[in-house]
Design a binder for this molecule. Structure first.
Ligand code: NDP
Length: 385
């Protein structure tokens, strides 16, 4: 295969780090040409010094001096939100991998599509908020959207291009650290407990989302847009071992599953090398050591995130952006001690109830709904204590 030249947005995060690992593992197939972060100048410089990326971008302009001093070569330097959009359009890049937490990845992703770059998307927020726009723009510009999220990458692998024959998509969820916690104890759980994910090592926001199951809710909406499947054909099953990353049930009743150890390097590499599979140093599954694979229905009543997400996805319009924004604010409130764990879904539900969804919104309408939901959720979280 041709060596892919990749720009990584969110290079200093958990996905960013795994992406750099993949690039080190398959240097003949993957080259990092651009790296971007928000404000962690030192870590961005270290990543650049190691990869020798020809361009780097730091959104926080006040830290660019620190970045310059920490670099041991002279890449092209971009900064600010404009710089983030510019690095997403680098002439020399084939693909932009978006791994920015939150909504900051949306505009650069759209810029990359317009510039004809293939997108590898880890930032599920982008598809939840603006899936209709992102997928339409990608179609119109003839670019590929490759899922990095392990579940969607698994579905993408199972489908292998046969999207018209899907009967059902089955997303697996580990169930998070509170899979067996009685409902009446959920309001008391601490930040420390919620940050202990049983099977995946990820950034703090997505780790909390995995504990509330909002992560799976966001993924249901993400799957709906990525694969063009109605929400009522996207199901969730709890699978504590996180070995089956998701499944597709086909029209003939056969189900295909994709399996590997839980390591984000697998889906990142497949998104980059697709349609090829190339050898690497990752350990394959050792079935003689897997004692069991279990599957349980989710506890819908105790983890309302799933039904809230289903409602948002079925209603469509601006409601998914509202769910996503309210959740971000509520999670931040939980992480800084202003909200209890169970108030995360309480806040999201109340903000959704107050929203009048706009159908087929343009980008401005989506961003307005996002802003409105942040303010509403901020008032609710702020009012609590
Ligand atoms: P982290 O919190 O570990 O990293 C976030 C990254 O985004 C950092 O590089 C950060 O830069 C950067 N960033 C944050 N805000 C901005 C902004 N406004 N503009 C530019 N860059 C910004 O997150 P994760 O790596 O865990 O997650 C990233 C995305 O991938 C999320 O959308 C998540 O849902 C998704 N994802 C993550 C998985 C995982 O295993 N971690 C699995 C599947 C999906 P800085 O360090 O400078 O602040």
């Amino acid at each position: 295969m041709k060596r892919k030249r990749v720009v990584v947005l969110g290079a200093t995060g958990s996905i960013g780090e795994s992406t750099l690992k993949v690039a080190r593992d398959i240097p003949d197939q993957m080259e990092i040409v651009g790296l971007a972060a928000n404000r962690n100048a030192e870590k961005l410089a270290a990543a650049a010094n190691q990869t020798r990326a020809e361009s780097v971008c730091l959104v926080d302009e006040s830290k660019v001096g620190i970045l310059r001093r920490a670099l041991d070569y002279q890449p092209q330097i971009f900064s600010g939100e404009v710089g983030l959009r510019e690095i997403a359009c680098l002439t020399n890049a084939d693909m932009v991998l978006v791994a920015i937490v939150g909504t900051g990845g949306l505009r650069p992703a759209l810029a990359a599509i317009e510039a004809g770059k293939d997108l590898a998307i880890a930032s599920k927020e982008i598809l939840v908020m603006a899936g209709e726009i992102v997928m339409r723009e990608a179609r119109e510009n003839g670019v590929h959207v490759l899922p990095v999220d392990s579940e969607h990458n698994a579905i993408f692998q199972c489908l292998d291009g046969r999207s018209s024959e899907i009967r059902r998509i089955i997303l697996t969820a580990s169930g998070g650290p509170f899979r067996e916690t009685p409902a009446n104890e959920l309001s008391q759980v601490t930040v420390e407990q919620a940050l202990k994910h049983p099977t995946w090592n990820m950034g703090p926001k997505i780790t909390i989302d995995s504990a509330t199951l909002f992560n799976k809710g966001l993924e249901m909406i993400e799957a709906h847009w990525l694969f063009g499947v109605e929400m009522n054909r996207v199901d969730v099953i709890i699978h504590p071992q996180s070995v089956v990353h998701s499944m597709v049930e086909f029209a003939d009743g056969s189900t295909l599953a994709q399996m590997s150890y839980s390591n984000m390097c697998f889906p990142i590499q497949y998104a980059v090398t697709w349609p090829d599979r190339v050898p690497n140093s990752l350990p394959p599954l050792d079935f003689s050591k897997l004692s069991k694979l279990e599957f349980f229905p989710p506890r819908y009543a105790d983890f309302p995130a799933l039904n809230l997400a289903r409602r948002a996805g079925e209603t469509g319009g601006t409601l998914p952006a509202v769910l996503n924004a309210a959740n971000e604010v509520a999670v931040a409130g939980f992480l800084n001690g202003r909200a209890r764990f169970s108030e995360i879904w309480g806040t999201v539900g109340r903000v959704m109830d107050r929203h009048v969804s706009v159908a087929h919104p343009n980008l401005d309408a989506i961003l307005r709904a996002d802003q409105w939901a942040r303010e509403e959720a901020g008032r609710l979280v702020g009012n609590k204590h």
